[in-house]
Design a protein around this ligand. Structure first.
Ligand code: ACO
Length: 373
């Protein structure tokens, strides 16, 4: 029986949500090229598209935005619970705990139906940024800032983190990253959510598990690891030597490589453009140093290994330039990917089959249990 380690190359189901078109190396959400969505649509519109299959008209978008904004505040019990978590834990642990808690206190009977799951998905979409922003402020010794009901999803996140909204170029760059991170077919965290859902468990359990899967540095945790790596290298002139030593030591270079894209991640050029715009407006030697280092490492990796960057490579540096603390980068990924996860949970339930693969046994032959004494 052939063994497919890591399920590489295995097709386990169909999906109508997104696909990578190998011939053109492009990613589509519900048939729309992601670069066009990133250029012309807001993150809220993309969330609606992923959940409903079509882009919203004006009235549908107005209604969707109003409902999302109304759900943003956290209740007192949640805020108190989150404030009691040790600051030594990673913000992804805070987020995972928050989602688990939302599940525990949600009184809605979980019938696995579309309406109930859509309502829960919208609640998570609305509340996750409030949790992430409050956590960043707590770690900085600052009081939380309540959500602003008149601001869009991206702008409100800046408002809750920093008490102000940066100029539209920065917000736009952030929004592009949210659109690009929103969905990517059967990636590890989405597949985790689908496995949990396939047992007919509830949406909060599936999302809690997905957050755990995303946290790892081979998946979403890579955007944080990129920034740690750039800080470790420091000087752009050291990039080449650092890389040679890291590759000799069999280190994985964070933000490079991809299971699906072997000729380059289709999302990278869009995010790199957005990052370049952030860099060019900064006119700051420190930003120039980081951008030069980023480009030097990318060039060295392509030359030495022929491996292209993935989305986490430009996104990691972009989030740093926007002023977010490094441990917030993967939680920001969650704020976006919650849309893809919950779209897949709904799709899994619509034609469910328990996900339960086989393993080829490689342990000892059957043997007798020795008698005690
Ligand atoms: N650094 C160094 N070598 C690499 C890297 C990398 N980042 N990526 C792939 N390779 C090498 C492997 O060492 C391996 O070489 P070998 O055949 O000589 O042993 C070969 O390329 C194939 O790599 P695999 O790890 O087998 O490829 P796989 O498809 O399993 O891995 C993965 C994909 C996990 C993303 C890998 O490229 C990696 O670890 N990257 C770094 C972590 C990262 O950036 N993750 C983010 C993924 S994208 C996202 O979540 C948005």
């Amino acid at each position: 029986m052939p063994i497919h380690r890591g399920l590489a190359g295995v097709v386990v189901d169909t999906t109508e949500i997104s696909t990578v078109i190998q011939e053109t190396n492009s990613l589509t959400y519900r048939g729309y090229p992601v670069q066009d969505l990133a250029a012309h649509r807001s993150f809220e519109e993309v969330a609606y598209l992923l959940w409903h299959g079509e882009l919203p008209d004006e009235g549908q978008l107005r209604d969707f935005r109003a409902r999302e904004r109304a759900l943003r505040p956290l209740d007192r019990t949640t805020s108190e619970l989150l404030a009691r978590l040790p600051q030594t834990c990673h913000p992804m642990d805070v987020l995972r705990t928050a989602v688990s808690f939302f599940g525990a206190e949600d009184p809605t009977e979980d019938d696995g139906g579309l309406a109930v799951n859509r309502a829960k998905s919208l609640t998570l979409l609305a509340r996750l940024p409030t949790v992430v922003a409050a956590d960043q402020r707590r770690r900085r010794g600052l009081a939380p800032i309540p959500p602003h009901p008149e601001l869009g999803y991206a702008e409100n996140f800046f408002h809750m983190c920093f008490g102000s909204v940066p100029d539209p170029d920065v917000v736009r760059c952030f929004e592009i990253s949210l659109v690009l991170y929103a969905e990517h077919s059967f990636n590890a965290s989405t597949f985790t959510a689908r496995v949990v859902t396939s047992t007919l468990s509830d949406l909060y359990s599936a999302v809690t598990a997905a957050i755990g899967a995303l946290k790892g540095p081979l998946h979403g945790g890579a955007n944080e690891a990129v920034m740690h790596m750039l800080n470790e290298i420091g000087d752009p002139g050291h990039a080449e030597d650092w890389l040679t030593e890291a590759l000799t030591g069999k280190r994985k270079i964070m933000g490079f490589g991809h299971r699906v894209y072997k000729a380059g991640d289709s999302r990278v050029p869009i995010m790199q453009d957005a990052l370049d715009r952030l860099v060019s407006r900064a006119a700051d030697p420190e930003v120039t140093r980081l951008a030069t280092l980023h480009a030097a490492l990318r060039h060295a990796m392509l030359t030495h290994k022929g491996i292209h960057p993935n989305l986490d490579y430009p996104a990691g540096l972009a989030y740093h330039l926007m002023g977010f603390d490094i441990p917030l980068f993967t939680p920001i990924f969650v704020m976006s990917r919650i849309t893809g996860w919950t779209a897949h949970i709904t799709e899994q339930l619509a034609h469910n089959a328990l996900i339960r693969p086989l393993a080829s046994y490689a342990g000892p032959d059957q043997r007798a249990v020795p008698a005690i004494g």
